[in-house]
Design a binder for this molecule. Structure first.
Ligand code: FAD
Length: 221
């Protein structure tokens, strides 16, 4: 059983007009692998609690990037109200399947829908730290360029990283298609809202990927 820990917000930065990256100090954090997530628990003064999962955005330290959903219960609080110095509770790391291990040198295909970029960015950052020759290809589907997270890192990608951008709300409006996806060979990680993940997984099978090498993480919605 993983225990709940107190986590203090030490820094926060705007990631897009609707998303914020939160940096926490967590005493005795055991470390984690890229792709893992934490459970966050908020407790109101009357004792009411709400719990949600958030992916770890970097292999080093506890950083979360949260998209504020206008009608959401937890995410608007994390994006708009939590202040440096405030404490929340979290537990983790959680998840052992949706992880990239730097010792594995097979090429990697990452397919992100919206905030699904978060655990995939942890993998990209871990790949950068690991060095070596492993090629990564990121297919990042999002509404429009202004909504992209981690712009400073993704606008000038490392030489081993290929990025295909898919903009769903920018003319010509379009969804991810088979033409955006490289063929079989790489290990594949897909993350985003449930509908996106299911559509992307179907397309990956259509272009010949082996289902046993496609790992998916669904954010809900
Ligand atoms: C393993 C895991 C990792 C996650 N990592 C992240 C992360 O790194 N960053 C992040 O922002 N979120 C992440 N999520 C989603 C997160 O847990 C919450 O579901 C999200 O923040 C909404 O919570 P809320 O309380 O604001 O909204 P709620 O009050 O729970 O829901 C409000 C409305 O939004 C819909 N909704 C919920 N999630 C989504 C979604 N992803 N897309 C579209 N609509 C949605 C609900 O169906 C509902 O209609 C992750 C989820 C899982 C399961």
């Amino acid at each position: 059983m993983i225990r709940w820990r107190r986590a203090r917000l030490t820094a926060a930065r705007e990631e897009s007009p609707t998303a914020r990256t939160l940096v926490f100090e967590v005493p005795d954090w055991p470390g984690h692998l890229p792709g893992q997530h934490v459970d966050v628990r908020l407790t109101a003064p009357d004792g009411y609690t709400a719990q949600r999962s958030y992916s770890l955005a970097t292999p080093e330290g506890v950083e979360l990037t949260v998209e504020g959903l206008p009608d959401g219960e937890v995410s608007p609080y994390l994006v708009d109200e939590l202040t440096v110095g405030d404490e929340i509770e979290l537990r983790g790391p959680v998840g052992g399947w949706f992880v990239w291990r730097p010792a594995v040198t097979t090429p990697v295909l990452l397919v992100a829908g919206g905030s699904g970029i978060v655990p995939l960015m942890a993998m990209i950052r871990a790949r950068r730290l690991a060095g070596g020759d492993t090629p990564f290809h990121l297919v990042y589907s999002l509404r429009e360029p202004a909504r992209r997270y981690y712009a400073a890192e993704l606008d000038t990608p490392d030489p081993w990283l290929t990025i295909t951008w898919v903009h769903t709300r920018l003319a010509p409006h379009r969804r991810i298609t088979k033409d955006d996806l490289p063929g079989p060979g790489p290990d594949v990680f897909v993350c985003g809202p449930t509908g996106f993940v299911e559509a992307a997984a179907d397309l990956l099978l259509d272009v010949g990927h082996d289902s046993a090498r496609i790992r998916t993480e669904r954010f809900g919605g």
